[in-house]
Design a binder for this molecule. Structure first.
Ligand code: ADP
Ligand code: S3P
Ligand code: MG
Length: 195
């Protein structure tokens, strides 16, 4: 026994959003940009629940690489769209980390509208050391550098059109990324209210 008080996330009271405020903070961006790790740290900082669409997927279907092998990318995208809809439509304001390809779905992009959407940007040079051999990310199969650059080029316009806040590629720790997001949250809200 360490005598410390343990509070599960579900017991932390989550403030209701003010009227007209976006509900959840949603992180989008390319593979390796930190959506999962920065999302978890941001949620801790804001005392909000954190959900990650890929973790949700794995809990239901097992490893993503196995699912790609067995069913192909199209089936993955269909199931991803369905699970992401569950997360984005949930009433509780959370921090939600999406998989890098979620924005390929027009339905998902539409569902992002009521939320505050943050794009984490990244260069290929920054991404590569973070992705290891890419084996857990089937989109990187064969040549991770080439595949990452290819998917980034195809998706960049979708990330940018969906985002309220874009965090430029930057070196810096996970907590520094969280600092930058927190500092920009109000600016993001104001930008939306000017839409
Ligand atoms: N700002 C950062 N600085 C250093 N390493 C980072 C940073 N953000 C993420 N990472 C590391 O990069 C790897 C990929 O991060 P992850 O959160 O899984 O990215 P994504 O979910 O966008 O694919 C992880 O090992 C993570 O710890
Ligand atoms: O960009 C993609 O198409 C994918 C990104 C992955 O998530 P991360 O962006 O969190 O690595 C995961 O959803 C899957 O391997 C497909
Ligand atoms: Mg992730």
């Amino acid at each position: 026994m360490d005598g410390g008080v343990r509070v599960s996330t579900s017991e932390i009271p989550v403030p209701e959003p003010h009227q007209g405020e976006p509900r959840s903070i949603v992180l989008i961006g390319p593979m390796g940009s930190g959506k999962s790790t920065v999302g978890a740290a941001l949620a801790r900082r804001l005392a909000r629940p954190h959900v990650d669409s890929d973790h949700f997927f794995v809990a239901r279907h097992g490893p993503i690489a196995d699912f790609f092998r067995g069913h192909g990318e199209q089936a993955f995208r269909a199931e991803e769209e369905r699970l992401v809809a569950e997360l984005l439509d949930a009433p509780r304001p959370s921090v939600i980390s999406l998989g890098g390809g979620s924005v390929l779905s027009a339905a998902t992009r539409e569902r992002l509208r009521p939320h505050l959407v943050v794009m984490l940007d990244l260069t290929v040079e920054q991404a590569l050391p973070r992705l290891g051999d890419g084996s857990s990310r089937p989109m990187l199969g064969g040549d991770p550098a080439a595949r990452w650059a290819e998917t980034y080029a195809a998706r960049e316009p979708l990330y940018r059109q969906s985002a309220d806040i874009v965090l430029d590629p930057a070196d810096g720790t996970i907590e520094q990324r969280v600092d930058t997001i927190v500092a920009q949250l109000d600016r993001g809200r104001r930008a939306r209210s000017d839409d």
